[in-house]
Design a protein around this ligand. Structure first.
Ligand code: B3K
Ligand code: ZN
Length: 873
C-alpha cells in the first residue's frame, strides 16, 4: 500500500479560479460535465504539470481551452491524471459517466431508495469528476442539476439557487451558485422527492437567512428539535465566537444511508437521519442530545472548517478537534455543564485512551497515512478537542477568544495548518509565538497518553504543602518525547470541606498550575490541615494521573469536593480500584473473594446518595453507572473479560444493596411518566429513575419487572419505553421476550426505533447473545446495506458487548470476521471502522489472542479494501 507523508507536502502547481458543473441524472447512470478554469501558480515552475484526480470514472471526453484532447495527451495512473500542456493556464472541459446506483460504498455520488446524495470528504469528489481533489485548492462553484421532475422534484447544491426551469421529457433543472471559494470536499448535491420544514434566522447584522430541513415526507414531524438546535447554534456562534453566517440559505438534508453522523458541506449539510430526526415518541434523551450536538457541530464548521479550511488531511484536527471543542461548549451551555463534561471525559478515557495505548495509536496530527478515511478517529476528534480546551484553560476565555478572532480573520478563505492556529493564539495574546507554537505543537505530534505522577508533602509546623508533579510520555512516541505544557487546576479538600491556600502570595480555593518541565514543584502556604488534593478539576488535561490516594481520601472527595466533576471522578477511581482488586482475586482463585468484602465505595455512596438524588439527580445517576468493561480494560495490563464482568457486577451489587429504599423513593416520583420536556432538569430526573430501575432489577427483579411493564404500558415517550425495554432484556426479567415482540410490532415502520430494538438485543450482556445476533442477522428487517442497521447489530455486538464478543472459544470473533468480509466488499469505510474492535487484541490472554490472529490472518490473506487492510494490518 502507498504511504503518504506530511513531509512530502507540495503546494499545487495550478490554482482553480472557477468550477462549472453540469449533472445529467439519468436512470441508470449520471453524466457529469465540468469546466475548470486553471491558472499556473506564481510559485510553480515553468514546466509545471496539471495534476487532477479521478477514480471509478468513465471518461467520455476531454478538451483544453476548446481543443479536444486524446488519451496520448495525458497520463492516467491509479488515481492521478496528468497533463503537461497546461502552460500558464486555461479551461479544462471534461465529461464523465458514473453509476450512482451501483455505489454501495456511499462515497462520491450515490442513490439509495431513490434519493441522490453526495459524500465527498475526504476524497469522494474524485469519484464524481476529474478534479484537483485536495483541500488546498479552493474555487467558486456553479452547478446545474438536470433530472426527472416526478421522481426528483427537489434539486439542491451549495450556495444560492439562481435559476430553475423545465426541459423536455418531463425533466427539469436548477442552477446553484456558491460565491465562497471552497475545496471539493465541501461540495454537495441532493436530488429526490423530499418534504421541507422552513424557518428563518436573522443574523446579528440583520440579514435574514432561510433555514430548511429536508426529509422524507413521513419524517417531517421530527424536525422541530433540529431546527431549534440550529437556531440556537447560530446565535451562540455569534455571541461566543463572533461568527456570523454568510449565505442567504442554510439547508440540512436527512439521509437514511450514511456512513457517519453528518457532513458540513457549505450551506447544504447532509445528515444521517439518526442525527437530525427527533420526536419524543421515537427518540430518547440521548438521541435528542445527539441531534442538538451534531447540528451544532456541522454548523460551527461553517467557520472552523469551511471559511478557514485545512491545507492537507494531516491537519484534519485543525477543523475537527477545534469544532468538537466548540460543540462541547455549546452543549454545556444548553443543558448541564457538569453532565456534559463528565460524559465527554468518560467517553475520552474509555475509547480514546484505549486507542492511544493500542496498535492503532497515532498523533493528533499524524505524519503519515495510507487511507485518510481511517483517520477520522477519536484521537483526532476528541483528543484534538482536549488540546483546544487546554489552550482555553491556559489563555483564559478572553485570551482564547482573542486567539480565535485572530485566526478566523487572518486565515479567512485560506487553507491553514495547525501552526497557524497556535500562532494566532500566541500573537493575539502578546506571547512569544516561536516558543509557544513549538511547545504546544508537541501535543499534536506525540501520540500516547502522558502520565502525571503526584507527590505531596505537608509540613505541619509551617503549614506548607509542597507538590511535585512529574510527567512521563508513553512509549508510543516515536522519537524522543519532549515535555508537554499540562494545565493543572486544583483545590484542597480538608475534613470539613474545601480549604483556601496561598500560592505565590495569591490566596484562593482553586489554583491553576502549568506543568511544563519533566518535573516541577510548587509550595502552597496557609495549608492548615493535611488535605486531599482535588487534582485536574474538570479534567484540565487529557492525562493519566498516578497518585497515592487511599480509599479514605477518595471517599473524602466524593463527600466534600466542591467540584462536582471531581466528586464523580473520585467515585470512578474508587470503583475502578475495587473492581480491579476483586477481579484479580477471582483470577488468582482467592477464596476470600467469595465472601462479601468491605466496600469503601458503597459506604461513601450510601452516605451521600439520597441527598444527591434529590439535589443533583444527574450526578446521582452517574455515580451508579460504574465504569464499563471497555473503560476497565484500558486500566489493566491483561484483560480478562469474565473476571472483570463478575467483579463489576459484584461491586455494583454492594453499592446498590444499601440503597434499596432510596431507589424506591426515586422511582415513586414517576418523573418518567410525565409528558416529554427537553431540559437539563427533566433529563436528570429521567436519568436517575432509569438508573434506579436498573439497580432495583439487581435487588428485586419482580418489582423491577412490574415497574418496567408499567412504563411500557404508560410510556409517554421513548425515553421511558427504551429504559424499560433495556432493563427487561438486559436483566432477562420475566416478560422480556413478549416486550420485545410488542415493541417490534409497534415500531417496525420506524427505522431509527427499529435500530434501537436491534441494538438492545445485540448488547444484552450474556454469552447467549451471540446466537441471538446470528438470528438477528437473518431477520427480514436486517439490511446489510444500511450502515445504521449494521452498527445497531454488528457494531453493538463487537463494541458494546464484551461478554459475548470475547467468547473464550473465539466464536464472537468468528462472527464479526465473517460479517466484516461481506461488508467490506460493499462498504470499505464501514467495515474498516468495525475492524477497530480487534484493536484490543494485545491485552487479551494467549488463547483469545490466537483466536483473533487466526481470524485476522484469514481476512488479510483474501481480498480486502485498502481501508480495512490498513486497520487490520
Ligand atoms: N467532516 C465530517 C466527517 C467526514 C468523514 C469522512 N470519512 C463530519 C464532521 O466531522 O463534521
Ligand atoms: Zn466535524
Amino acid at each position: 500500500a502507498k504511504i503518504i507523508y506530511l513531509k512530502d507536502y507540495q503546494a499545487p502547481h495550478y490554482t482553480l479560479e472557477h468550477t462549472e458543473l453540469h449533472f445529467e441524472l439519468l436512470g441508470d447512470y449520471t453524466e457529469v460535465s465540468a469546466e475548470l478554469r486553471f491558472k499556473r501558480a506564481l510559485t510553480a515552475p515553468k514546466e509545471a504539470v496539471l495534476t487532477l484526480l479521478g477514480a471509478d470514472l468513465e471518461l467520455l471526453s476531454v478538451a483544453w481551452s476548446g481543443q479536444l484532447l486524446s488519451a496520448n495527451d495525458w497520463q492516467w495512473q491509479d488515481e492521478k491524471w496528468q497533463f503537461a500542456g497546461a502552460g500558464e493556464g486555461g479551461v479544462l472541459s471534461t465529461k464523465v459517466r458514473i453509476y450512482p446506483d451501483q455505489n454501495l460504498a456511499l462515497e462520491g455520488l450515490y442513490r439509495s431508495h431513490g434519493l441522490y446524495c453526495t459524500q465527498c470528504e475526504a476524497e469522494g469528489f474524485r469519484k464524481i469528476t476529474l478534479y484537483p481533489d485536495r483541500p488546498d485548492v479552493l474555487s467558486t462553484f456553479r452547478t446545474t442539476i438536470v433530472a426527472d421532475k416526478a421522481s426528483c422534484p427537489v434539486l439542491l447544491s451549495n450556495g444560492n439557487c439562481v435559476a430553475t426551469g423545465d426541459s423536455e421529457n418531463g425533466r427539469h433543472w436548477a442552477t446553484w451558485e456558491d460565491p465562497h471559494p471552497k475545496p471539493s470536499y465541501l461540495f454537495a448535491l441532493v436530488a429526490g422527492d423530499l418534504a421541507v420544514l422552513r424557518d428563518s434566522f436573522t443574523t446579528v447584522s440583520g440579514r435574514e437567512v432561510a433555514l430548511e430541513i429536508y426529509t422524507a415526507e413521513v419524517d417531517q414531524d421530527k424536525c422541530d428539535h433540529a431546527m431549534r438546535s440550529l437556531q440556537a447554534a447560530m446565535r451562540w456562534d455569534e455571541e461566543r465566537y463572533g461568527c456570523e453566517y454568510d449565505l442567504d440559505r442554510y439547508m440540512i438534508v436527512a439521509v437514511s444511508h450514511f456512513n457517519m453522523g453528518a457532513m458540513e458541506n457549505k450551506g447544504l449539510n447532509v445528515f444521517n437521519t439518526s442525527c437530525v430526526l427527533a420526536h419524543p415518541a421515537t427518540t430518547t434523551d440521548a438521541g435528542f442530545q445527539r441531534v442538538e450536538a451534531v447540528v451544532a457541530h456541522e454548523y460551527f464548521h461553517n467557520w472552523s472548517g469551511n471559511r478557514v479550511t485545512c491545507r492537507d488531511w494531516f491537519q484534519l484536527c485543525l477543523k475537527e478537534g477545534f469544532t468538537v471543542f466548540r460543540d462541547q461548549q455549546f452543549s454545556a451551555d444548553q443543558l448541564s455543564a457538569v453532565v456534559q463534561r463528565l460524559e465527554d471525559v468518560a467517553f475520552l478515557q474509555t475509547h480514546q485512551f484505549a486507542e492511544d495505548a493500542g496498535p492503532l495509536a497515532h498523533a493528533v496530527r499524524p505524519e503519515s497515512f495510507v487511507e485518510i478515511n481511517n483517520f477520522y478517529t477519536l484521537t483526532i476528534y476528541e483528543k484534538g478537542a482536549e488540546i483546544a480546551r487546554m489552550l482555553h484553560t491556559f489563555l483564559g476565555a478572553d485570551g482564547f477568544r482573542r486567539g480565535s478572532d485572530h485566526y478566523f480573520k487572518t486565515y479567512d478563505g485560506q487553507a491553514a495548518i495547525v501552526e497557524d492556529f497556535l500562532n494566532s493564539m500566541a500573537v493575539a495574546n502578546g506571547l512569544d509565538a516561536g516558543a509557544f507554537v513549538s511547545q504546544w505543537l508537541r501535543w499534536y505530534r506525540q501520540p500516547g497518553t502522558p502520565v502525571v505522577s503526584v507527590n505531596s508533602v505537608w509540613q505541619k509546623d509551617i503549614q506548607r504543602l509542597t507538590l511535585t508533579l512529574t510527567q512521563t510520555q508513553s512509549s508510543k512516541s516515536s522519537s524522543t518525547p519532549e515535555s508537554l505544557p499540562i494545565p493543572v487546576r486544583l483545590g484542597f479538600i480538608g475534613k470539613e470541606g474545601e480549604l483556601s491556600t496561598s500560592l505565590n502570595g495569591v490566596t484562593a480555593n482553586e489554583h491553576l498550575l502549568v506543568l511544563e518541565q519533566a518535573e516541577q514543584s510548587w509550595q502552597f502556604d496557609d495549608v492548615s490541615q493535611v488535605p486531599v488534593l482535588s487534582l485536574f478539576r474538570d479534567f484540565s488535561a487529557p492525562v493519566r494521573v498516578k497518585a497515592e490516594f487511599g480509599d479514605a481520601d477518595l471517599a473524602q472527595l466524593i463527600r466534600l469536593d466542591s467540584n462536582s466533576f471531581n466528586r464523580w471522578s473520585a467515585s470512578y477511581a474508587l470503583a475502578t480500584r475495587e473492581i480491579l482488586a476483586l477481579a484479580e482475586q477471582y483470577r488468582s482463585g482467592d477464596l476470600r473473594a467469595h465472601q462479601p468484602q468491605e466496600s469503601a465505595l458503597a459506604a461513601a455512596i450510601a452516605e451521600v446518595w439520597s441527598e444527591l438524588a434529590a439535589s443533583d439527580p444527574a450526578l446521582a445517576a452517574k455515580m451508579l453507572q460504574l465504569p464499563s468493561l471497555a473503560y476497565l480494560s484500558d486500566q489493566v495490563a491483561c484483560y480478562d473479560p469474565e473476571a472483570l464482568q463478575r467483579a463489576r457486577e459484584s461491586v455494583l451489587l454492594q453499592v446498590i444493596a444499601p440503597l434499596q429504599s432510596a431507589l424506591g423513593t426515586v422511582l415513586a416520583k414517576q418523573e418518567m411518566l410525565k409528558p416529554y420536556v427537553y431540559s437539563a432538569q427533566a433529563i436528570a430526573a429521567r436519568s436517575v429513575e432509569a438508573v434506579a430501575l436498573d439497580g432495583l432489577a439487581r435487588l428485586q427483579s419482580g418489582a423491577a419487572a412490574a415497574i418496567a411493564q408499567h412504563w411500557l404500558k404508560e410510556a409517554p415517550h421513548m425515553s421511558a419505553e427504551q429504559a424499560a425495554l433495556t432493563t427487561l432484556v438486559h436483566h432477562q426479567l420475566p416478560g422480556a421476550d413478549d416486550a420485545l415482540q410488542a415493541f417490534y410490532a409497534r415500531w417496525k415502520h420506524e427505522p431509527l426505533v427499529l435500530d434501537q430494538w436491534f441494538a438492545t438485543q445485540a448488547s444484552a450482556p450474556q454469552a447467549e447473545t451471540r446466537e441471538r445476533v446470528e438470528a438477528l442477522l437473518a431477520h427480514s428487517d436486517f439490511d446489510a446495506t444500511v450502515p445504521n442497521r449494521v452498527r445497531a447489530v454488528i457494531g453493538q455486538f463487537a463494541n458494546n458487548n464484551p461478554v459475548a464478543f470475547h467468547d473464550a472459544e473465539g466464536r464472537g470473533y468468528g462472527l464479526i470476521a465473517k460479517q466484516l468480509l461481506a461488508i467490506d466488499a460493499r462498504n470499505p469505510q464501514l467495515a474498516s471502522r468495525l475492524a477497530g474492535a480487534f484493536g484490543i487484541w494485545q491485552k487479551l490472554d494467549e488463547s483469545r489472542q490466537a483466536h483473533i490472529l487466526r481470524e485476522l490472518d484469514g481476512l488479510l490473506s483474501g481480498d480486502l479494501s485498502s481501508d480495512t487492510r490498513e486497520t487490520l494490518s
